[in-house]
Design a protein around this ligand. Structure first.
Ligand code: THU
Length: 164
């Protein structure tokens, strides 16, 4: 038996002002999108902004449902819509902003496992690392270069077939 370790790497910026203009504006779009989230059940509103390789930005937010599992996270709503409209574009980056109606979020919003898996698929379709920007009430921004850092030991289509 052998113990193996995995280290993940990410960058933390103290405020949005420390970011490059393009990152800042993507995060602002995510924040804007979070205001249109439909979250009567959780009160937790999330916005996502997806940057494509033609510089187009697609935004979306979480959409909840009285039948809870039928709702969808902001990240997946945005990525699925982006890929549905632009199947041949690469996703260069995704920015995510979240806030709770009643409580202050301590750190940055962190994508759920399902969204990480969908991010991975988008990254593999684009064959380029996706940049992931996470933010929240606290003002701190987490920047992650590539889905591998969010989802180590990942399950991918490679296990199923040869995707080109
Ligand atoms: N949610 C997102 O949209 N993105 C995340 O990264 C975390 C969670 C949503 C799902 C649900 O509508 C609400 O937040 C509470 O889980």
């Amino acid at each position: 038996m052998e113990k193996r370790n995995i280290a993940i790497h990410y960058f933390v910026f103290r405020s949005i002002d420390e970011l490059a203009d393009a990152d800042r504006s993507l995060l602002e779009k995510a924040e804007e999108a979070s205001r249109n989230a439909y979250t009567p059940y959780s009160g937790f509103s999330v916005g996502a902004a997806v940057l494509l390789d033609n510089e187009e930005i697609i935004t979306a937010n979480n959409q909840e449902n009285a039948s809870y599992p039928q709702g969808l996270c902001a990240e997946r709503t945005a990525l699925f819509y982006a890929m549905a409209q632009h199947p041949n574009r690469k996703v260069k980056a995704i920015a995510v902003y979240g806030y709770h109606r009643k409580h202050k979020l301590k750190g940055c919003v962190s994508p759920c496992g399902g969204c990480r898996q969908v991010m991975l698929e988008c990254e593999q379709r684009g064959k380029e690392k996706m940049r992931i920007l996470l933010s929240g009430y606290s003002g701190e921004i987490t920047v992650i270069e590539g889905v591998e850092q969010l989802l180590p030991l990942q399950f991918s289509g490679d296990f199923l077939c040869d995707i080109q």
